[in-house]
Design a protein around this ligand. Structure first.
Ligand SMILES: NC(=O)C1=CN([C@@H]2O[C@H](COP(=O)(O)OP(=O)(O)OC[C@H]3O[C@@H](n4cnc5c(N)ncnc54)[C@H](OP(=O)(O)O)[C@@H]3O)[C@@H](O)[C@H]2O)C=CC1
Ligand SMILES: O=C(O)C1=N[C@H](C(=O)O)C[C@H](O)C1
Length: 251
């Protein structure tokens, strides 16, 4: 058997990190060499000889982790949300000085969620109205979800490329937030409900018809095939990759 990939997990005590730890331990071609949580020294990743670090921490910590580990020549697979164009650009710039290092940042590693985003972007030009609803467990710290932002941006880009204007909307809000957040002109609504894990609906409307694209993650194991795929591929993808769709030939 060829050598196993040496993997570190950041955020290892969290809901996602602990699931990733188990998935790595169960994968015959991967070796878990470090599992770190808050307030633990990042240099342990390098001392353990990790080739790839997986980050499921918090939006306030993830960018710092990425820059520090890129400097150490460690590839990264990042699922933590909170990234925007500016923070992604800083990582892209940093990687210019580290030509062999790869970073994959993906707002959602569930294969069905990535497909739902791709289907929504493909359908968006054919409908007058499109809105996104994301529904999550109440311990989630951010809104809207990274997935919903990514979905709405892809929908907006597809509509702009096809020359489709904004959807019809005669409503004046009598309360701030009643119409959700505006992501590149697409309305995004966030629901937090006990019992949920991670869910998204894309509603597309025309006169007399509606298409609903829905994805449900009922369990965090749903993210693991995508995470492990990225761990196996990131070393052969120097530079920054944003979105698992690029590893699935869907982009
Ligand atoms: N891309 C995807 O497919 C998915 C992405 N996510 C995203 O992943 C992130 C984590 O989600 P989830 O696991 O539910 O959150 P949790 O709060 O359960 O886990 C985060 C963990 O990271 C720890 N942590 C905080 N700061 C650091 C640090 N600097 N270094 C190492 N560990 C740290 C936290 O410790 P403490 O609690 O002590 O602060 C906690 O144990 C979120 O941004 C979420 O949106 C979630 C699911 C899927
Ligand atoms: O916090 C979560 O749970 C999730 N976060 C990601 C997001 O914000 O899109 C991915 C998934 O929706 C679960």
């Amino acid at each position: 058997m060829s050598e196993r990939i040496r993997v570190a997990v950041l955020g290892a005590a969290g809901r996602m990190g602990s699931t990733v730890v188990r998935a790595v331990e169960e994968a015959p071609d991967l070796e878990l060499v470090a599992a770190l949580d808050a307030d633990e020294d990042l240099t342990a990743v390098v001392r353990a000889g990790a080739q790839v670090a997986v980050d499921f921490t918090v939006p306030s910590a993830t960018e710092g982790n990425v820059h520090a580990l890129v400097d150490a020549g460690v590839h990264l697979v990042v699922g933590t949300t909170g990234w925007d164009d500016d923070s992604l650009a800083r990582v892209r710039d940093h990687l210019v000085d580290r030509p062999g290092v790869g970073v994959v940042v993906a707002p959602n590693f569930a294969l069905g969620a990535v497909l739902a985003m791709a289907f929504a972007a493909r359908a968006a030009r054919w409908f007058e109205s499109v809105e996104v609803i994301e529904l999550h467990h109440p311990a989630k710290v951010d809104a809207p979800s990274g997935t919903a932002r990514h979905t709405a941006s892809a929908i907006a880009a597809a509509r702009a490329a096809a020359g489709v204007g904004p959807g019809p909307d005669a409503t004046s809000q009598s309360l701030d937030g009643a119409r959700g957040a505006d992501v590149d002109g697409v309305r995004v609504h966030s629901v937090r409900l006990r019992g949920l894990v991670a869910h998204e609906e894309i509603l597309l409307g025309n006169a007399g018809e509606q298409l609903t694209i829905r994805h449900d993650s009922f369990d965090r194991v749903s993210f693991m095939p995508g995470v492990l795929l990225a761990v196996r591929r990131v070393g052969a993808r120097p530079g920054l990759t944003v979105g698992l769709e690029h590893l699935l030939d869907l982009a």
